[in-house]
Design a protein around this ligand. Sequence first.
Ligand SMILES: [Zn+2]
Length: 339
Amino acid sequence: MFVVQALARFFAALTPLVVMFGCAPRGRDDFAARFGYLILLRDQVAAQVCQGRSLEATLAQLLTPHTEDYGRPYLVGVPGREKFARDDREFARDVAVAYRVLTAEPAAPPNDGKPRALALIGDHYHPPGLIRPPIEVAMDDAGIPTEFLCDVTKLTAPILGRYRLLIILRDGVNWPDPDEKSFSKAKWWMTKEQEQAIIAFVRAGGGLLALHNANALKPWAEKQDPAPLLRVLGSQYDSHGAPREGYRVRVLRSDHPITRGVADFTATGEHHRPRPLATDMVRLLESTAEGETCLAGYARTEGKGRIAYLAFGHTREVLDLPDVQRLLANAARWCLGKD
Ligand SMILES: [Zn+2]
């Protein structure tokens, strides 16, 4: 059932691309192959858009297969490209269309009174192509229609106002220059207006589901004077362990709606060590690696809004874990006041 729902959602998200590319299916196999190509193209372009890169930089990255960005194999070119784009010119045209779709203002959702989520995902270390599918499935399970956004410039008060829940899995820095490798040269993207828009959204009753490195949305070096958004979120990033470290997750409060149906579990991935800021949070989960125990999940309220933080999200594998899927769906519903 999940697979069917996820595919249906993929089709919906790809409709603008399919229409713009004029991909009338001649046969089922042909369409399936072209569909796979479009998904890969969308995700590869999204991986550039979420780093704040221009169309020119995106083209330069995708036209030349390479192993930039930590040698992750899924960033090497776009498989199937030679089948659907006869030459670099045609491929550049495809990339430009995908770039235009991904940097367009999100379409206004139908005015049907249904609570909807906006998910801001993807950064230098976390490609949208890996994060999006597990979040799609979890939100489907929660019954919450979700729009995905990779272009941070489109996170504005009017757009946020169309949604009841904001999901964030990304940090606060962009890497507009693909050749720049130094973190000190990365660009903090969030404007004061965007920060205030998120805070106002939550205080007015919006939900905020912050995942993994979302507590690094603002500089965390100012430990004595955290940014207003981090205070509202309730924690700030401190550090993390190795990319494939094993850790044990313990449920601290099994009576909370967010942990309903979740037992202690093990996971492999970047073990995050958030620094709690809020004193009024309900601690839900803690995680232990190498004898070190950290906060891994909590909930709190701010004004009329609800905030949940879950530390998971470095890889698709960890987001796909049944317990993490349940936590995501439960947390999204709780943030919306459904539980
Ligand atoms: Zn990570």
